[in-house]
Design a binder for this molecule. Structure first.
Ligand SMILES: Nc1nc2c(ncn2[C@@H]2O[C@H](COP(=O)(O)OP(=O)(O)OP(=O)(O)O)[C@@H](O)[C@H]2O)c(=O)[nH]1
Ligand SMILES: [Mg+2]
Length: 228
């Protein structure tokens, strides 16, 4: 009972911070996307290739979370955009306060797009709103088609499912159709894109989705500004 009330206090406090972050992102026209997957599904690889392929006029930044090391920040910093590592020291997810703290010396008005790479985990990050416009869940073809059924919360809460490492499909016993069907059992109508960080054109479907979301975020900011 005590544990439950402490948990709900922590989550309520996180929600308050996340609501304030969401408002700041909206006011500044920043599209914030929270990438979630188990360790090694390809979050950083997807981001590396995204940074390499995005229109260079897109003002993008990345916060990347891990329990230890700044490896991912170093991989991502090579592309010349602002990147910060959030090292949680043991916590299995990012929370709103960590995002708030790491944004302190960045001007949101100078950004169009903020990627958050969450700590590799399919469970804990699903409970923590970070003020993002959308959660995005990644699962790679080596992880099993049953994962949406075993970890339904993150599939239910995500706006997009990226099926990663599809270049490996010829070599592993994995049905892309079945995993998509399982995802839609948990989240009817869920959008799915298939992606590979290593195959030519492997990001095409993802980049179409991303560009349309960036354009929609800009459009709604212009609409809000016109109404002020
Ligand atoms: N074949 C193939 N390998 C990939 C792909 N994407 C990532 N990898 C490999 O998968 C491994 C893990 O990729 P990461 O990008 O580090 O995965 P991550 O989700 O960021 O991992 P954590 O941050 O530790 O949770 C690396 O060896 C990548 O090179 C892909 O599309 N195809
Ligand atoms: Mg990573």
């Amino acid at each position: 009972m005590k544990r439950l009330s402490l948990e709900s206090k922590v989550l309520n406090e996180n929600q308050r911070v996340a609501d304030s972050l969401r408002q700041r992102f909206r006011e500044n026209g920043v599209l914030c996307l929270n990438l979630i997957s188990s360790p090694g599904s390809g979050k950083t690889a997807l981001l590396e290739q995204t940074l390499a392929h995005l229109d260079p006029t897109t003002r993008v930044a990345v916060l990347t979370g891990d329990i230890q090391t700044d490896n991912d920040a170093r991989r991502l910093a090579r592309f010349g955009f602002p990147v910060k590592q959030i090292t949680t020291g043991g916590t299995c997810h990012l929370d709103g306060r960590m995002i708030e703290r790491h944004l302190e010396d960045w001007s949101l008005a100078d950004l169009d797009l903020l990627f958050i790479e969450n700590v590799g985990n399919l469970v804990c990050p699903s409970s923590y709103d970070l003020g993002e416009a959308s959660k995005i869940v990644l699962l790679s073809v080596t992880e099993g088609e049953d994962k949406p059924l075993k970890y339904p919360s993150i599939f239910f809460k995500s706006d997009l499912f990226i099926l990663m490492k599809v270049d490996l499909l010829p070599y592993v016993p994995f049905s892309a159709e079945l995993v998509e069907e399982n995802a839609r059992r948990v989240h009817p109508g869920m959008e799915v894109v298939r992606a590979s960080a290593v195959a030519p054109g492997g990001l095409d479907q993802w980049l179409v989705w991303l560009r349309s979301r960036i354009a929609a975020a800009k459009g709604s900011q212009a609409f809000a500004a016109a109404g002020r």
